[in-house]
Design a protein around this ligand. Structure first.
Ligand code: AP5
Ligand code: ZN
Length: 220
């Protein structure tokens, strides 16, 4: 199996913990692609595909998109050539059904490498999410105060327009937190029991969190 060994990093953490921010930086640092189920749904929505329209109904409420749809989508994504050495998983798996399916997908390649849990207090995540702005063109994530763009409303990388996600208003964020504790938090115990969980202090600066994560990924 050793020649087929791949690196699969599963980023865990409440909405707004910084998974997307860190996954993009890890992608640049390691060459492993960020696989964000939320981004794939948003891309489909932007292009008005059937998948995007279906996902929107769930996302706007802060609920999870059905497992069968999500799991099939990730299976397809992981077969793409850029995933030949593994992937940084951002927002998937998100419940025990998805975790079991994911383990089966990656078992031929040595399984999950590490599952870092980015720890942040709920009040802080609400501050982070309600101040978040995202580039319509490349998906780069900013924060009005903590990580502002050079020019207000404009992406530093490509000049794209920055927008506020439809699910980033406080009522929806609170439901996303509720869904997280009910459905996703059990994955903390799941990966801990397998010896794969490592906790990272997500309240530090973006660069400091990245350094901690990079050290973990490089050990694998
Ligand atoms: P998804 O897009 O995955 O959203 P999420 O998990 O709620 O996570 P977020 O994107 O809100 O937060 P993040 O942790 O990535 O934080 P970020 O880096 O942006 O999912 C959205 C929806 O899609 C779900 O509700 C569901 O409907 C559906 N979905 C997705 N995956 C699914 C699945 N597997 N199954 C079923 N449904 C699924 O950071 C937040 C802000 O904080 C930013 O502004 C950033 O600049 C700032 N920030 C980050 N780090 C720091 C720091 N260290 N210090 C200060 N500010 C920081
Ligand atoms: Zn951009």
């Amino acid at each position: 199996m050793s020649d087929r060994k791949r690196t699969y990093v599963v980023l865990l953490g409440v909405p707004g913990a910084g998974k997307g921010t860190q996954a993009k930086l890890l992608e640049q640092a390691t060459g492993l692609p960020q696989v964000s189920t939320g981004d794939i749904f948003r891309y489909n929505l932007k292009n008005q595909t059937a998948l995007g329209v279906l996902a929107k109904g769930y996302m706007d409420q802060g609920s999870l998109v059905p497992d069968d749809v999500t799991i099939r989508m990730v299976e397809d994504r992981l077969q793409m050539p850029d995933c030949a050495k593994g992937a940084i998983m951002d927002g998937f798996p998100r419940n025990l059904v998805q975790a079991t399916a994911f383990e089966q997908m990656v078992a031929p390649y040595g399984g999950v490498s590490v599952a870092p849990l980015i720890n942040v207090e709920d009040d802080e995540t609400i501050r982070r999410i309600t101040g978040r702005r995202t580039c319509r063109t490349c998906g780069t994530v900013y924060h009005l105060i903590f990580n502002p763009p050079l020019v207000e409303g404009v992406c530093d990388k490509d000049g794209g327009e920055l927008y506020q996600r439809d699910d980033d208003y406080e009522a929806t964020v609170r439901n996303r937190l509720f869904v997280y504790y009910k459905q996703t938090a059990p994955l903390v115990g799941y990966f801990y029991a397998k010896g794969l969980l490592t906790e990272v202090d997500g309240s530090k600066s973006i660069d400091a969190v990245q350094a901690d994560l990079l050290a973990l990924v490089k050990c694998k």
